[in-house]
Design a protein around this ligand. Structure first.
Ligand SMILES: Cc1ncc(COP(=O)(O)O)c(C=O)c1O
Length: 472
């Protein structure tokens, strides 16, 4: 038999031919136990770097000031690294963690499911049926639902479905919105000022014709949309947007913009896709579409749907969704080995049921309001120009004069202060991702005491940062 092996004398992989019985697989070593000392943590980070490119499994997990972090446990509002340092977490893993880390009800539901049934690759399980029904019940556009694993897959299939059904080529997206890593949408998120207004791909390796087929427009600018659609009449398959562009913090949509998009799409036969991977479940069980009253044709869901377990969904109108190849003979191919995994489906059900049963949204919305008003009045008192904004459990403090309608306005943000104060917060035991325009999230595990501490520590961190610049 032929097996792929690593040479002992080098890093290259080589195909070796083995004519004897295949080697027994060595016992898998247990994950490293939590270590309390700096050198032990450094050794783990070094092992990560030697085995994983960059030492992390996503291009968005390593930032200056918090590189080489090895996380060993998480609980409620905090996580702990291998040096023994615990941080109050407002990053929430980019948004999924809405109930708090390692929620016992969600964990128990997962364990219960996977000790009952796992993957068979045939048919459907009761967990998947119940979860799809739950999404139907809450999300206005969800006449039909398919369960996937990631938000990237959800927007990928949404775009394929729109193109497959309309037979059209073009996609419209907005500067500042992020929809995952696939080629059609991986462009123009946090662009440098001189790239705004041009195509700004997030990666090399994307075919130019794919980039050409995505038009990028300014958010909240209905005239720009009308103009582009008129210029390409009959060619636009879909308009995709985060109804609130949270990938650049929080730019609130104008109601007339969302209603105008619906009207343009209806008139021109264009599929309207709301990417609710962040807004879904975090801002309410029905997502932002239930709040704004504009119902898209398709919606992608993920993140807060399962409190951190990897599951996502594509939901939409029956006439579109029934064109997926999950219906025999239908033309738009959709498949996935792990789709609707019973364990993650059970975790999602438990998350949603807890949000139905307990005052999760009341709690996180109330704390969010306290954070926003508390921070704004603190900044006003100390004389720092800041625009604190957000919705529900999400907030950001931009250092600029408001208001903010689109990404273009955010080019005025003082990025050094935005990132600098966040790096200093770590010294106070608080974690906000130290990256420009990234948002913060509250969970059900945060308390009023956390909010008081946050406002106090933010004042300290911003003042230290300004002092260091000689601005105080
Ligand atoms: C709005 C939005 N859509 C899609 C995605 C992609 O989701 P995933 O990382 O689960 O593939 C993200 C991820 O951050 C997102 O914020």
């Amino acid at each position: 038999m032929t097996i792929l092996m690593r040479q002992t004398d080098g890093r290259r992989l080589r195909l070796l031919t083995c004519h004897t019985t295949p080697p027994r697989i060595a016992a898998v070593s247990a994950p490293p136990a939590p270590a309390a000392s700096g050198p032990a943590s450094e050794r783990l980070a070094a092992r990560a770097l030697a085995a994983i490119p960059g030492g992390v499994n996503s291009g968005a997990r390593r930032f200056p000031g918090v590189d080489d972090v090895v996380i060993v446990s998480a609980n409620g509002a905090t996580f702990t690294d291998a040096t023994g340092r615990s941080l109050v977490d407002y990053h929430a893993a980019y948004g999924p963690v809405i109930l708090g880390h390692c929620d016992p009800d969600v964990g128990a539901a997962f364990m219960d499911a996977v000790s009952t049934v796992d993957l068979t690759g045939l048919g459907v399980t009761p967990y998947e049926i119940a979860l799809a029904e739950k999404i139907q019940e809450h999300v206005p556009c969800a006449e039909r639902v398919v369960l996937l694993c990631t938000g990237t897959e959800a927007t990928f299939y949404a775009v394929r479905l729109a193109r497959g059904v309309t037979g059209r080529r073009l996609l419209i997206k907005f500067q500042g919105c992020f929809h995952g890593g696939h080629d059609a949408v991986a462009l123009n998120v946090i662009s440098a000022a001189d790239r705004v207004g041009t195509k700004d791909p997030l990666s090399t390796g994307i075919l130019p014709e794919v980039i050409d087929a995505t038009l990028v427009l300014p958010f909240n600018d209905l005239d720009a949309v009308r103009h582009a659609v008129a210029e390409h009449r009959g060619e636009v398959a879909a308009i995709i947007l985060e109804p609130i562009p949270h990938n650049i913090g929080c730019v609130l949509p104008e109601q007339a913009f969302l209603e105008g998009l619906r009207e343009v799409c209806d008139r021109e036969g264009i599929v309207l896709i709301f990417d609710e991977v962040i807004t879904g479940f975090r801002h309410g069980l029905g997502g932002y579409q239930a709040i704004c009253g504009v119902t898209p044709d398709l919606a992608s869901l993920g993140k807060a749907m399962a409190n951190g377990f990897p599951i996502a969904a594509l939901a939409g109108s029956a006439d579109l969704m029934e064109q997926l190849s999950t219906v025999p003979g239908r033309p738009v191919m959709l498949a996935g080995t792990y789709n609707g995994h019973p364990g993650t489906a059970a975790a999602a059900l438990a998350t949603i049921e807890k949000m139905e049963r307990e005052p999760v949204h009341d709690h996180i919305f109330r704390l969010g309001e306290r954070v926003r008003t508390g921070l704004q009045s603190m900044f006003d008192r100390i004389g720092v120009e800041a625009y604190v904004t957000g919705l529900g459990s999400v907030w950001v403090s931009y250092f600029l004069s408001g208001p903010v309608r689109s990404y273009e306005d955010l080019l005025r943000n003082d990025a050094d202060l935005y990132v600098g104060y966040r790096r200093r917060l770590v010294e106070r035991g608080i974690f906000e991702l130290p990256a420009n325009l990234k948002r913060n999230h509250l969970s059900y595990a945060h308390t009023d005491a956390h909010v008081d501490e946050l406002i106090d520590a933010t004042e300290w961190a911003v003042l230290r940062e300004l002092e260091q610049r000689g601005a105080r």
